[in-house]
Ligand binder design. Sequence first.
Ligand SMILES: [Zn+2]
Length: 315
Amino acid sequence: MNKEYTVPTWEPGVKQLAPNVYAYIQAKATWYWSNAGFIVGKDYVVVVDSMATVGLTQRFKEEIRKITNKPIRYLINTHHHGDHTYGNHVFAGATIISHEYCRHEVTEAGMMDPNLLNTIFPEFDFRGIAATPAHITFDKHLTLHMDEREVKLVHFGPGHTIGDIIVYLPEEGIIFAGDFIFLYSTPLGMEGSFAGWLKNLDAMTKLGAQAYVPGHGPVCEIEGLNLCREYLVLVRREAKKRFDKGMTVDQAARDIALGQFSQWPNHERILLNVERLWREFRGEDPTTSKLNITEAFLRMDAMAKGRRVVAHDYD
Ligand SMILES: [Zn+2]
């Protein structure tokens, strides 16, 4: 293993990617630290994703307000996970747009118990979060014609979850990739499909964008997308060998050597990734073969804390 490898750091905050197009980047890419974005038009603003808590979303909104006072007319959700939707209601009055499956999950699964979230992730204050579903949904494509600008919302099929979309600006060559790209934090594939995720990355690559805004991590070029792909390919290949040998999910998760990715934070997500892959190798349909998320989070939390103790002992 490369002991020299250190995970890079990056500048957080609002980052202008093109005239009137901005990414909002967090300093960390770990649990619940998610990125977002916004596009300013002549008369209104389009926001891409809310944040995990009311406070974080308010801070994001304040950053938008430093740049424009125009009304926020649309809020796009790239997928249903809480770190992209729990703060939706902070943009009250905006019309929310998502993939139909994202709406289904926000409506049906709702949100995790804020008390449980506060216990597992004590650095956040989850009070006041809400499940606020989209007003407009679509399946494959939807284009917002924002003045002369095209804002394309595209769903290439199941990937990180069943209902992820990307927000693609063809003129500017910018993709808000949502959680299709985790950069410098471990990709989380507990829903959706690894095979589908890789297909999504291929489809995205063909668009030839200049800049990608990951759901977690710094704004990147194609190399960032490829690094995320490398993790997915490695884990799928190594998991398959262990699946064929008849190992359990826990055995395989502990056995797979992650190389440089072992330095990426939240490597305990390997447990959920292997769990998902086991279902995929058995040919189960991800829309019906769901993990019990609460149980999975607790298992993973135990694994993370177990490992932290070990790591600390050898510091
Ligand atoms: Zn996600």
